[in-house]
Design a binder for this molecule. Sequence first.
Ligand SMILES: Nc1nc2c(ncn2[C@@H]2O[C@H](COP(=O)(O)OP(=O)(O)OP(=O)(O)O)[C@@H](O)[C@H]2O)c(=O)[nH]1
Ligand SMILES: [Mg+2]
Length: 406
Amino acid sequence: MSLPQNDHQSKTNPGRRALIAPQITQCTCLTGTGRSAIAVVAVRGPDAQRILKRCSRLAVDQPASVGQVRLGHWTGPDATQADLGTNQPTTNHPDETVVITAITANHWEIHCHGGTAAIERILADLQQCGAKRVREISTESPLVITEAEAVLSRCLTEKTAAVALAQVRGALLNWALQWQSQPTSPEILAAAKSEAQTILRSADWTMRIAEPWKIVLVGKPNVGKSSLLNALVGFDRSITFNQAGTTRDVLHTETVIAGVPVRLSDTAGIRDGGEPIEAEGMRRALHAAYSADLVIQVEDATSQKPVDFSSFHSSVPQIRVLNKVDLVKSGQALSENDVATSAMTGVGIDALVMLLGQKLLQFAPKPGAPVVLNQRQRDLMTQIATSSLEFPLAATLQALIGGALQ
Ligand SMILES: Nc1nc2c(ncn2[C@@H]2O[C@H](COP(=O)(O)OP(=O)(O)OP(=O)(O)O)[C@@H](O)[C@H]2O)c(=O)[nH]1
Ligand SMILES: [Mg+2]
């Protein structure tokens, strides 16, 4: 991709160069076809703001700055000043209520009614004002941005979306451009290498922000795994019963802990023997635990003989929870390393949620930090992080920005 070289903005903020919109103003509908409540129309290019001013009337006088939203009416380009004073429909079309937001100075989004008529009307007005209707605007952005946009559209919570959004706004792109603009020297390479290593520290976390983290409850039968899951999500998702072997299959439920999307899985109790269905349940329980991001080992706090998990050789991080603490006689000592809960009374549930949150956010990046979002980015970042002298830093950074060179 060729980047403009001589504008003032490019010199002061190199990252902005690659985010500069196309020379011709373009418009497209970003949301899928079919019926939906809200549609998003994007306008990108040098005339974007001027066209929007011509076609809309905002509830407040001030146009939105980057990151802000404005409620307004879509009047179309034919509205006269007289029309605007009357509050009457200005053209053959009735006014459409819209929300307009500035992504960058030259990139705007119009959030409108999701019906085809509303979308087509807005696109037609934009075209009438000189915008070119295209199928995809994002091809104008470097690969590193379109990849971030794709991840952003799949994020489930505000916290994870903020990580992807920072990359859409150019955190990783700016990082790469900043090092690319430096003269080649061993010192520069060493500094870039060190920063790449820092970025990679959060890679396991950042590469999967669009999926829920998998937390699996395991333990002996009847210790209260299902009751604990119900207490964590706040409703009776799992059947609980005072009889060993109540839960047979793996049962999933989704929730959010510390802003991170989580899929909690309840499993069959693990014990020796058991009839064939229970044995299959145990096999599935262990399989779920081995493929989890975090395992909660639940034990009965009153039990003299805690479960022996020595056979559970797994690199998956684990938390040990002593449940039924309401039944513990006063004076009985509990290990300080364990979380003590009562799914029955709610004691310790907040502490458990807090501990889970700490574990989930342990490797989260700082707000706004550059991060890698997929294997392609990670591979290139790894090349930089493990580079030696004579490493083609500029070419690798260019590949990170725009693709190829592996
Ligand atoms: N007193 C007390 N009883 C509990 C607590 N948690 C669970 N129970 C009771 O213990 C029994 C077993 O609870 P479950 O949640 O079904 O246990 P489980 O570990 O899922 O059992 P399986 O599915 O058979 O492996 C039920 O009668 C629950 O009401 C607790 O913290 N305190
Ligand atoms: Mg159960």
